[in-house]
Ligand binder design. Structure first.
Ligand code: AMP
Length: 117
């Protein structure tokens, strides 16, 4: 979904360097940074640089794969693989989505509960 001027999402503003972030990874297509309000000892948001509101709007299998595989690589690099971690993407109101630029939450560093609330 294209944004216009003032309608930029928070994450688009981070991509554009208008808002700082605690970056953990970046390549041509993907940016990852620490969540400002972490829900686990490790809480990283992995986002496509391309503007798309949620996974429900992603039309590009390659892009979806790049984001998910980057998340798994970051988890490995942060030492989460041995004990495990969770990748979550919230969609819409019932999903609890608050920023309408697709992002994958990488959560780890503690025992996570299931089912989520
Ligand atoms: P969601 O509720 O799934 O849309 O997730 C949005 C996430 O963005 C939440 O976990 C917020 O804590 C996080 N967040 C909001 N503002 C910032 C920011 N400036 N930098 C990093 N993370 C943020």
């Amino acid at each position: 979904m294209a944004s216009t001027g003032t309608e930029k999402t928070l994450f688009k503003r981070i991509i554009d360097g208008e808002i700082p972030c605690d970056k953990v990874y970046e390549d041509e297509d993907v940016l990852a940074f620490r969540d400002i309000d972490p829900k686990a000892p490790v809480h990283v948001l992995v986002i496509p640089k391309q503007e798309v509101a949620s996974i429900a709007d992603v039309a590009d299998d390659v892009l979806a794969g790049k984001v998910m595989r980057a998340a798994a690589r970051i988890a490995r690099e942060l030492g989460l693989e041995e004990n495990g971690y969770r990748l979550v993407t919230n969609v819409g109101d019932h999903g609890g989505q608050s920023v309408f630029h697709w992002h994958v939450h990488l959560l780890g560093g503690r025992q996570l509960q299931w089912p989520p609330g």
